[in-house]
Design a protein around this ligand. Structure first.
Ligand code: UD1
Length: 351
């Protein structure tokens, strides 16, 4: 198939590029080479076979031209991270939502009716919990006095009692908590509108915590695995927030690339509309354990548990990987303990 890959030069996009080519697809690459992600001079040094376009301001003629003869669009171009403060809101909206809307409008003009969209587990907010008395509940926002007293687990919103986490399935309620999360769910909603108008088919891949070679090194927008890895490189101990028992699902970038290739190949067999899938290893890992595995792999200093808590952080987000196994034939191949140990020495991307 001929696939337009946006964000082709990014951490995830570049691994999807390899995987699609390996599976015999023809990849047409588009990337804006944003200085924020690639450094100030990167645009001038970009490879000649990449369409250097920013979806926010590319002309209609430019977008229509790159879409010529395309079977499927695999849309990875995005501004990532949790956001630093409210001043980030317009940039998330412009890159992720205006950019996607312009891409979808161009697909409609040219007649491309299949889309694979990079979405995120952040659309679920603080995951899913069970209260022994009130069943399946959204967790209450964590109270400042609880956090200050070292109680990091959320409470039942009805009785204030203890809750236990459960895996999120794709039908879990949508509760974006950050600018980034809002922009990712808006992408899914724009794609859904496009599907209705164009009889389009889209698969939204809700990535959990992606890590692996080529991860951007320590920036204000980096995920925790890169932050810990960069600290170890400087000979410093990883600084683990809360009590280190917060849980995530770490999924290797090569597994994410595989999920994308499978989605590209199967999106035509999906119903009209957006079908979301969790892209996850299905193997819970605490942040404290992740720091320890990384540290041990390089004989580095023991992680320090700081007790700090960030207001926007969620406590536990675990995915059910079952729907992706059924609908895409995707099962993560790399166990987090192996991939994370390798991350200790994997090359990182530097701006
Ligand atoms: C991360 C990404 C988010 C992405 C999501 C799913 C970032 C900043 N966040 O969200 O964009 O959509 O995965 O792929 O890229 N922590 C520490 N020490 C630190 C930094 C963080 O202990 O120095 C802890 C945090 O308190 C949190 C956990 O690590 O509990 C994960 O943090 P982080 O990687 O920033 O964000 P996620 O919410 O997991």
């Amino acid at each position: 198939m001929r696939v337009l890959l946006t964000g082709a030069a990014g951490f995830i996009g570049s691994r999807i590029d390899l995987r699609l080519a390996e599976r015999g697809h023809e990849v047409v690459r588009l990337d804006a080479y944003l200085p924020m992600a690639h450094g100030p001079g990167a645009r001038d040094a970009a490879p000649a076979d990449v369409h250097l376009l920013d979806l926010r301001d590319a002309t209609e003629a430019q977008l229509d031209a790159v879409l010529g003869g395309i079977d499927v669009v695999c849309h990875q171009a995005a501004m990532v991270g949790n956001g630093v403060d409210a001043q980030d809101l317009p940039d998330y909206a412009a890159h992720n939502d205006l950019g996607t809307a312009r891409l979808l409008a161009a697909m409609a003009r040219v007649g491309v009716d299949r889309l694979v969209l990079a979405s995120s587990m952040v659309v679920y907010g603080d995951g899913r919990y069970d209260c022994p008395e009130h069943g399946d509940v959204p967790p209450a926002v964590r109270r400042e006095d609880d956090l200050a007293a070292g109680r990091f687990d959320p409470r039942c919103p009805v009785c204030g009692g203890d809750v236990t986490w459960r895996r999120v399935t794709e039908d879990a309620p949508i509760r974006p908590r950050t600018s980034y999360a809002a922009s990712k769910i808006a992408q899914e909603y724009f794609a859904d509108a496009w599907c209705t108008l164009q009889s389009g088919r889209a698969v939204a891949l809700r990535y959990h915590n992606v890590y692996g070679p080529g991860m951007p090194a320590d920036t204000p927008y980096s995920g925790v695995a890169a932050i810990f890895r960069s600290a170890l490189e400087r000979g410093e101990a990883p600084r683990v927030f809360e009590d280190g028992r917060q849980v995530r699902d770490f999924v290797h970038v090569d597994d994410v690339a595989l999920a994308n290739a499978l989605a590209v190949e199967t999106v035509a067999g999906h119903p009209v509309g957006v079908t979301p899938y969790n892209v996850a290893s299905g193997r819970p890992f605490t942040i404290g354990d992740m720091a320890r595995v990384l540290s041990r792999a390089v004989d580095g200093p023991e992680p320090v548990v700081t007790g700090d808590a960030r207001v926007f952080d969620v406590r536990h987000v675990l995915a059910s990987p079952d729907k992706a196994a059924e609908g895409l034939g995707f099962r993560a191949e790399i166990a987090p303990e192996d991939g994370i140990a390798r991350l200790a020495t994997d090359p990182l991307r530097r701006r």
